[in-house]
Design a protein around this ligand. Structure first.
Ligand code: C5P
Length: 228
């Protein structure tokens, strides 16, 4: 049983479905992110859901609570399993997201983006240490009814200690020889699993591979040793 959610970061529904079908035997589910959602609209969610796997709609909601509740309800109607919302939107907004999903899907709170470092956060006026910010946002997410958090591999220990009941979904996964791309805090699948990730989000190392199915298989549980 795989714990990999493949990020279908492609611009068209056709490419997303072709990619999903190539890798589906080796993955737990799919993530639809901003590029695909904005290019194709909610029909892409219904089409990917129809493949029969859990779908994480990475909508990264961040607005006033009423707007977020209504947007979340529209996404839940497409049959997705999880929807992301920025924890920085605050407790009322996260509660509104959960209310909008009405129990049919769970909120995954985005804590600190994997592209951020402590220095970036300081430039945004978040002066406390990264771990302190992470713990605060994880506790806030749990109290507001989120099912889980999206956090970087290096954040897993802090998040698990601060809010042990939350599902931990972790992007920023790379094979030992892979480029980090724009991710600032990356780790291998084996490292993320041993640090307590429940699901791994993997994009470019699978979607950009010459053989995405083979790459997806290598990121699966127990196959880490075959990664190059
Ligand atoms: O290609 P790569 O493996 O870096 O893709 C990571 C995916 O996870 C992207 O779709 C990105 O939007 C998403 N993500 C992330 N960091 C977060 C939340 C989501 O990289 N904190």
């Amino acid at each position: 049983m795989s714990d990999v959610l493949v990020a279908l970061d492609v611009p068209t529904l056709g490419e997303a479905l072709a990619l999903a079908r190539r890798v589906e035997a080796h993955v737990a589910g799919f993530k639809v992110g901003l590029e695909l959602l904005h290019a194709e609209g909610p029909r892409v969610l219904r089409e990917v859901v129809a493949l029969g796997r859990p779908v994480f709609c990475d909508a990264k909601l961040h607005d006033i609570p009423a707007t977020v509740a209504r947007a979340a309800a529209r996404l839940a109607a497409c049959g997705v399993r999880w929807v992301s919302a920025h924890a920085l939107g605050g407790p009322a907004m996260l509660e509104a997201a959960a209310a909008g999903l009405a129990g049919t899907a769970g909120v995954l709170a985005v804590t600190v983006l994997t592209s951020h470092t402590g220095d970036n956060l300081a430039a945004l006026g978040i002066a406390c240490p990264l771990d302190e910010e992470l713990a605060r946002l994880a506790c806030l997410a749990a109290a507001a009814g989120a099912e889980g958090v999206v956090c970087a591999p290096s954040d897993l220990g802090v998040v698990a200690a601060a809010a042990p009941g939350l599902l931990r979904v972790t992007p920023g996964i790379r094979g030992p020889g892979d480029a980090a791309d724009d991710q600032a805090r990356v780790a291998t699948a084996a490292t993320a699993r041993s640090a307590g990730a429940h699901y791994l989000v993997v994009g470019r190392p699978i979607t950009g591979a010459p053989d995405p199915a083979a790459a997806a298989r290598r990121f699966g549980v127990g196959f880490e040793g075959t990664l190059e």
